[in-house]
Design a protein around this ligand. Structure first.
Ligand SMILES: C[S@@+](CC[C@H](N)C(=O)[O-])C[C@H]1O[C@@H](n2cnc3c(N)ncnc32)[C@H](O)[C@@H]1O
Length: 321
């Protein structure tokens, strides 16, 4: 297979291993303890997330995909042909396939923190769509981003599916959108998938699948901390916990210490009490209006909105004003 993907490494990814160590040390030294969800995604983390997407309890992926399939022609009519489609957190680059035939963009840029998985996914995309000019950039989208020079003259449409925006707290989500506002020229599109508030049982089941894949995904973070950062800690002594915090309108994921124990990271002693947790992820759930008000504050107006029959998930076509 020809390697038809143009790869762009961004400066800050070169320092990524230092950030992982520094962030993890800061998080495990804090009270309460925390870790950033962006570190879930080494190759195994990306593969586990892919498996989460097909668990029967995990409604977001299949619901968003059904919406995109139904809306593809309308999305294409707004975006126009020959755009540059920029996917943030592109993962398996699967959802974008639902848009490509209708939108017929000239260029695709997948941006993801998980390098091996990104390269593999974009290579497969390039092989399946030979008419598409495919680019990949390993970058952390929570830092300021730049577009590769090769795409300087492009007419960008950003695509941010999977309700990844929900991993930021609302203030950080607004700051993230302000960053996109600075990156994109006026009139650019932003197609964003946002998970909606719903019944607590449906939400909690989605993050506690019976096959234990989300648990393995959460615990994989400790495997990474052990292998990559040389921490002396035993992932088998922790358990997965996920619940809906109604007051904050967010699913919280934690790793619970099953016993009193002491870990060691970079020579620093980290003590856990039995039942103490590391808060590893938030996934905020919005109302349609709440999200659109947030987007408006960051300079994005609403062109179109699609939801499913249950109002479980929303896809918004926003325009950079
Ligand atoms: C929840 S998954 C969504 C994957 C895919 N877009 C989907 O909708 O199924 C989040 C994706 O974003 C990537 N990611 C997470 N944090 C990131 C960051 N700070 N910068 C770049 N990519 C990130 C992960 O590697 C992963 O592929």
């Amino acid at each position: 297979m020809a390697l038809a993907v143009r790869f762009h490494d961004q400066q800050h990814t070169i320092d990524a291993s230092h950030s992982f160590f520094d962030d993890t040390l800061a998080g495990l030294s804090a009270s309460p303890k925390w870790a950033s969800p962006k570190y879930f995604y080494d190759l195994r983390g990306s593969q586990l997330f892919d498996q989460i997407c097909v668990q029967p309890e995990y409604y977001p992926t299949r619901t968003e995909e059904a919406i995109l399939e139904r809306a593809a022609d309308d999305i294409a009519a707004i975006a126009g042909r020959d755009a540059t489609l920029i996917e943030l957190g592109s993962g398996a680059s699967r959802k974008v396939r639902l848009l490509l035939e209708s939108m017929h963009p000239s260029h695709y840029l997948g941006i993801d923190i998980s390098k091996e998985f990104l390269l593999d996914s974009t290579r497969r995309l390039a092989a399946d769509y030979p008419w598409l000019d495919v680019h990949a950039a390993c970058a952390d989208f929570s830092h300021a981003m730049t577009l590769p020079e090769a795409l300087d003259d492009a007419r960008p449409v950003a695509f941010f599916p999977g309700s990844s925006i929900g991993n930021f707290d609302p203030a950080a989500a607004e700051a993230f959108l302000l960053g996109l506002h600075a990156l994109l020229p006026p009139g650019s599109g932003l197609l964003v998938g946002v998970d909606l508030v719903k019944d607590k049982d449906v939400l909690e089941a989605a993050y506690n699948d019976s096959a234990g894949v989300t648990a393995a995904f959460n615990l994989n973070l400790l495997e990474r901390i052990r292998h990559e950062l040389g921490a002396d800690l035993d992932p088998a002594r922790f358990s997965h916990r996920a619940f809906f915090n109604e007051e904050q309108s967010r699913i919280e994921m934690h790793l619970v210490s099953d016993m009193p124990q002491v870990a060691n990271l970079g020579g620093k002693r980290i003590a856990f009490q039995a039942g103490e947790t590391i808060h590893t992820e938030n996934s905020y759930k919005y109302s349609v209006e709440g999200f659109q008000q947030l987007a408006a504050r960051a300079g994005f107006s609403v062109r179109a909105l699609w939801t499913d029959a249950n109002d479980y998930f929303s896809v918004h076509y926003l325009e950079r004003t």
